[in-house]
Design a protein. Structure first.
Length: 94
């Protein structure tokens, strides 16, 4: 099996000559930071500390909902997302 790869990721195609690059943030050598953040998250003492830690995760992009013992609830979006040009709708592959 021959695997083709570009700086944008692994190339996938069905043999008709057209290919798409499969890009995933996990291929960017960022997984160790996420594992550390997940470990640190289990030791967070406050809601704010937990939200700050959740913000440092790289992969996969997640919606974090955290709560503390006093009943406060917080939301944090974590992960990396590709930067797209203004006006890009996402309807078609880049």
């Amino acid at each position: 099996m021959k695997i083709r790869e570009t700086s944008h990721g692994i190339l996938e195609g069905d043999g008709d000559g057209r290919r798409l690059a499969f890009a995933w943030m996990g291929h960017k050598n960022t997984g160790a930071a996420t594992f550390r953040a997940l470990y640190d998250l289990t030791h967070a003492k406050t809601l704010e500390e937990g939200l700050d830690i959740a913000a440092t995760t790289d992969i996969p992009p997640l919606n974090w909902i955290l709560a503390d013992r006093s009943g406060r609830i917080g939301y944090q979006l974590g992960g990396r997302y590709p930067v797209r040009r203004p006006g890009w709708s996402g309807l078609y592959p880049v």
